[in-house]
Design a protein around this ligand. Structure first.
Ligand SMILES: [Zn+2]
Ligand SMILES: [Zn+2]
Length: 280
């Protein structure tokens, strides 16, 4: 069982590892840079060394980097799209330097355009961003979305179309439970999870899933809004999380919390809930 949290890099990258260690996480997700603004401060060799050394010592695996939210690989506006491609290419390079296992990216928003056009643009953008880069052990994960604001990737068919278009690249999926529910897949109960996993198996395939973002939500089923909430306090039953954590395939994947936090206590409580369910 590998359970972790999205931790802050405030102060220094290496602090994210120290935070994860304090929370007894086996895995961790970070932004590799300030999530606001297009320009990322370059990684210094000292930052990279301190981070990788601390991570090795802590035995944290896998390391997941989340691409910053302003990247929109499906943007209809060519200027935004071009900036997004440059920023995403930079994310990949940073992920490689930090020896990340996975780089999670939202497929983007088609804004007022059709999802099909958005999907085609997203595929072209990813191909352009990775051009002539050796991805080595890094896998890019497309995350399913809640579908707000013209986001593509809110149905498993759309995620499957993106994966198909990127066939040949090291690519997979990250499944966010809050997004899944907000997108209209009723995973509130074990039975609903079972049905939804059948839909995933029939579209993207369970084997493409590499990371679970374990988040509850207060957004109603199909509400199409991306808002995360504490485990067991929203619409998704604890039993549903228990089902996923104990599923023979899903339960082997890293589970990352992206739940709200005012202090470490929030993370501790949500982590304790997942661990309890995993061992129930
Ligand atoms: Zn995400
Ligand atoms: Zn979200």
């Amino acid at each position: 069982m590998r359970i972790g949290v999205h931790t802050s890099i405030a102060g220094a990258l290496v602090n994210a590892i120290h935070r994860a260690e304090r929370l007894n996480c086996q895995t961790v997700q970070i932004f590799s840079r300030n999530p606001r603004g297009w320009i990322a401060r370059p990684l210094s060799p000292a930052d990279v060394k301190a981070f990788c050394r601390a991570r090795d010592r802590a035995g944290i695996w896998p390391l997941i980097i989340h691409g910053v939210y302003l990247i929109n690989l499906a943007a209809p506006d060519p200027l935004i799209r071009e900036k997004s491609i440059v920023a995403f290419r930079e994310e990949i390079k940073r992920a490689l330097r930090l020896k990340a296992d996975f780089l999670v990216i939202h497929p983007g928003s088609a804004k007022n355009g059709s999802p099909e056009e958005g999907i085609a643009r997203c595929i072209r953008s990813v191909k352009k961003a990775v051009r002539r880069l050796k991805l080595r052990n890094l896998t890019i994960l497309i995350e399913n979305t809640a579908g707000q604001g013209g986001q593509i990737g809110c149905t498993f068919e759309q995620v499957a179309a993106i994966l198909d278009g990127l066939d040949g690249l090291p690519i997979g999926c990250c499944l966010d439970t809050a997004h899944t529910f907000a997108a209209g897949y009723d995973i509130a109960t074990p039975r609903g999870c079972h049905r939804t996993l059948s839909l995933i198996a029939a579209t993207i395939g369970l084997e493409t899933l590499h990371v679970i973002h374990a988040n509850d939500t207060r957004v109603p089923l199909g509400g199409a809004v991306d808002r995360h909430w504490h485990i067991g306090r929203g619409h998704i039953d604890l039993a549903a999380f228990g089902y996923l954590l104990n599923h023979p395939i899903i339960g082997c994947l890293p589970f990352i919390l992206e739940t709200p936090k005012t202090s470490d206590q929030d993370d501790r409580r949500n982590l304790a809930t997942l661990r309890r369910l995993a061992h129930a």
